[in-house]
Design a protein around this ligand. Structure first.
Ligand code: NAP
Length: 265
């Protein structure tokens, strides 16, 4: 299978590294095209993939095209490829660009939309993927393999992608804020700043690891560390009083609403 990557930024780099690490293909099977020559050269130096002089050249030589440009550049990047889309699988990670628009700009292609997150850079993305009506089971499998190379994959309907964006797309930022606040709490309680931050990061990592490997509901795991009259219940009372739980619910809803607005609904 031959791949084209349009765009040479952060997501293109994360996906290419992941695909090569997972041995999904060889570097010679990937051709990248991007807007600036210097950006494309840096990308090729970091990945050893081939480069193309234009989007049309990259797409023309590929079976699968990964669209990895910013939302404002998405349709232009597809139009620049011209009339070479028939029979290609187009996999877009562009936030808010709907399958119907992608198909209009890449006529004759089969389309899959994906919403990865920034943790793709360390192989730990939560990626949701949605198939267009022309995409086949084999196409879905191809897209799953690409995103499994950078984390976990969750098939969804396209109409769920705004909610996915609100939860796992923007979610890493919410957790960074939690880590920062926890480490500030540690400093307030007398710990040196570096130690407090290291403890906060490892605590988030450990809690995610527990939830992921035990498959227990978070409420069960929380009860397991909450002894009667102990320290944890004292802290949880403070969090509930501050309505932290409903703040997170409202945050995800606000991000999902914004994603819907940005996709033109
Ligand atoms: N980063 C994330 O964590 C994340 C998570 C989920 C989804 N996404 C989605 O992934 C997409 C890419 O994000 P990113 O963070 O990788 O952006 P980025 O780092 O800014 O990279 C965008 C790349 O696209 C290139 N480009 C611009 N116009 C082009 C065109 N017409 N043809 C070919 N290449 C073109 C840019 O080239 P220049 O350098 O010359 O401008 C740049 O290399 C976005 O749509 C975003 O919504 C990103």
């Amino acid at each position: 299978m031959k791949y084209a990557i349009l765009g040479a930024g952060k997501m293109a780099l994360a996906l290419t590294h992941g695909m090569l690490r997972a041995k999904l293909c060889a570097a010679a099977d990937i051709t990248a095209a991007s807007r600036s020559k210097s950006g494309l050269q840096n990308f090729a130096a970091a990945t050893s993939v081939r480069t193309a002089a234009s989007n049309a050249e990259a797409v023309g030589a590929a079976d699968v095209v990964l669209l990895c440009v910013k939302p404002a550049d998405g349709l232009a990047a597809l139009h620049e490829a011209g009339d070479v889309w028939k029979g290609k699988l187009l996999v877009s990670v562009v936030t808010g660009l709907k399958i119907v628009k992608l198909r209009e700009a890449a006529p004759g292609s089969r389309v899959i939309r994906a919403m990865p997150n920034t943790a793709a850079m360390v192989g730990l993305s939560a990626t949701a993927i949605a198939s267009g009506e022309k995409a086949t089971r084999a196409d879905l499998k191809t897209a799953e393999q690409i995103f499994q190379a950078v984390g976990e994959v969750f098939p969804v309907d396209e109409n769920q992608l705004d909610a996915v964006t609100g939860l796992s797309g923007s979610g890493p930022a919410y957790i960074y804020l939690v880590m920062e606040a926890l480490s500030d709490g540690g400093v307030a309680a007398g710990l040196p700043r570096k130690l407090a931050l290291d403890l906060a990061i490892q605590t988030v990592l450990g809690a995610a690891g527990m939830a992921s490997s035990t498959k227990e509901h978070p409420a069960v795991l929380r009860e397991m560390v909450t002894s009667p009259g102990g320290t944890t219940i004292a802290a949880l009372g403070v969090l509930e009083k501050a309505a932290v739980r409903s703040a997170f619910i409202d945050a995800v809803k606000a991000a999902a609403k914004r994603a819907k607005e940005l996709s033109g609904e």
